[in-house]
Design a protein around this ligand. Structure first.
Ligand code: NAP
Length: 503
């Protein structure tokens, strides 16, 4: 780790308080920050350094995975934090910022390495990058890096325009695009697990794998993001970025100890091999859904179109399921089923790999539907389960599932933002989205965006609290498969009304 000035745009915002400060604090506790580390927080609000430090401390108490107990160490951590007023559009504020940054760096007596973290709305990415360049903030002797959060554009064209502007101020090697799914420990485990276990490495191909299922289900609706979400939908919000990143991480086959460049090269190869969908075959491979009224954990919830801030005739997608095919020697013929949605039965992000059963047809013994499954639970629980099949000793002729489990619930694991901020400070881009991946993802998704915009594919409904539209099940049934591990859906009779005394 090198001496760094961490320049944080959006220092008073939700993301900074919930994720960035707790991540920095836990890195500090683990001695993973350099002694010469300073944060300069930025926003339009007038805030003194002391008030800013108090806000950071509150965020640690509210959101840090480790309890804030040792006041001496918190005080020592907070010493690194200073605040400057800056309005993104005011060029004179960048001049004042440069003075403050130089003053801090002189105090630290170290090479000025600068990390610019943009925890602000995407409409600010371009003006900030250009002002960093114009003001001289980007011309320090040490390294400079830019960290940005999704969304990277709204479609292919806007993503390309954004990238072109950013590239006027930062090279690709200096840009760290956060997709926080890539920071999750279990996602970082995906390729390592396969590489380090020769048994799995040997099976990681179309000879042995029947299909791959990637699900990211949420129980929440649009909450306070209605205005934003109604123009975005599940395809842009989840599928183009997080879901395709999960697919890439699962499908890459890497030699042991691969470099960041090799990881990115392989991910790019996967995206290039993804069979494109055109207007004619979108309907057969993509299911667009929107939730209607239903119940989550027994509590009735309104349908999407009745949510505050959503227009009555909205055609926005709150669910998407798709069948994807990778046209390369390892994966050809293996369907990758991906689905993501809001107001689903359970909150869960998981990957299920179903293995083929070549001997099943010839077996004379009655067998249950118990294939070998390898399951990666990504959130909220983390773990890996291998399902094998064994003869049931109490029930002759029958088989039962045997599970080999590795769950990390009892182990303290770093949060995604800790991993990602640590890697960005260290200059390791392995788990950040390279522009090639982002652009190829938008290219793949763009025909679907067009079909949704032109309403040339149906919008299916699903009841809140279900696993999505019935058509999502049929998508797999056509291929002789079904979604694994879906919890049973409550019967309508199980709906309980909220306790009236709570109102
Ligand atoms: P937020 O709570 O609305 O905070 C926005 C921040 O931007 C505030 O600190 C605000 O400070 C600052 N800001 C707004 N206008 C400004 C201007 N003209 N000049 C300078 N600063 C300005 O937003 P957020 O939830 O933290 O999200 C930040 C970014 O992260 C967004 O792009 C979002 O999509 C992304 N993201 C957020 C989350 C999350 O969990 N929140 C997760 C993933 C991605 P002042 O009001 O003081 O100016």
């Amino acid at each position: 780790m090198e001496a760094t000035t961490f320049v944080l745009f959006g220092a008073t915002g939700d993301l900074a308080r919930r994720k960035i400060y707790p991540a920095l604090y836990n890195l500090f506790l683990d001695h993973k920050l350099h002694n010469s580390f300073a944060v300069i927080g930025l926003g339009r609000r007038e805030v003194t350094d002391e008030a800013y430090q108090a806000m950071v401390e509150r965020s640690l108490r509210d959101f840090s995975r480790r309890e804030v107990k040792d006041t001496a160490s918190v005080r020592s951590f907070l010493k690194a934090f200073r605040y400057n007023v800056l309005d993104v559009g005011h060029t004179e504020d960048y001049v004042k910022l440069l003075e403050r940054v130089e003053q801090v760096e002189t105090g630290m007596g170290s090479t000025p390495n600068r990390m610019f973290y943009l925890s602000v709305g995407p409409e600010f990415f371009e003006p900030i990058a250009l002002n960093i360049e114009a003001s001289g903030l980007g011309a320090a002797k040490g390294w400079k890096r830019l960290v940005i959060e999704k969304p990277f554009g709204h479609d292919l064209q806007s993503a390309q325009e954004l990238n072109l502007t950013l590239s006027k101020a930062f090279t690709e090697e200096e840009i760290y695009r956060i997709d926080h799914y890539l920071g999750k420990p279990m996602v970082q485990e995906l390729d390592v697990f396969q590489q380090t276990n020769p048994v799995l490495h040997a099976l990681w191909n179309n000879r042995y794998i029947a299909n791959v299922q990637i699900t990211a289900a949420e129980t929440v609706g649009v909450e306070e993001r209605a205005g934003y979400y109604d123009h975005v939908g599940a395809l842009r919000d989840m599928f183009q970025n997080h879901m395709l990143q999960l697919l890439m991480m699962l499908a890459i086959r890497l030699p042991k100890d691969s470099s960041a460049d090799e990881v990115r090269f392989k991910k790019r190869e996967v995206m290039e091999a993804l069979e494109p969908l055109d207007e004619a075959n979108i309907e057969a491979s993509v299911i667009r859904g929107q939730y209607t009224a239903g119940a989550i954990k027994g509590i009735p919830v309104p349908g999407y179109r009745s949510e505050a801030g959503i227009s009555a005739g909205s055609m926005n997608d709150t669910f998407i399921a798709a069948r994807l095919q990778i046209d390369d020697p390892f994966w050809k013929g293996v369907p990758f089923y991906i689905r993501t949605g809001k107001r689903m039965k359970e909150k869960s992000t998981r990957i299920v790999i179903e293995f083929k059963e070549p001997l099943k047809q010839s077996s004379t013994v009655e067998e249950d539907d118990i294939p070998n499954l390898l399951v990666f639970e990504i959130s909220p629980n983390e773990g890996i389960t291998l399902q094998l099949k064994a003869r049931d000793p109490r029930n002759k002729g029958k088989f039962k599932a045997v599970h080999i489990d590795f769950h990390t619930s009892s182990i303290e694991v770093p949060e995604a933002y800790e991993n990602l901020i640590h890697d960005a400070l260290n200059g390791d881009p392995s788990f950040f989205a390279h522009w090639n991946e982002v652009e190829l993802s938008w290219k793949w998704v763009q025909p679907i965006l067009n079909a949704f915009a032109g309403n040339s594919v149906p919008l299916y409904s699903y009841a809140a609290g279900s696993h999505g539209p019935a058509e999502s099940d049929q998508l797999l049934a056509q291929d002789g498969h079904h979604w694994w591990l879906d919890a049973p859906v409550d019967e309508a009779s199980e709906i309980t009304l909220p306790d009236a005394s709570n109102f």
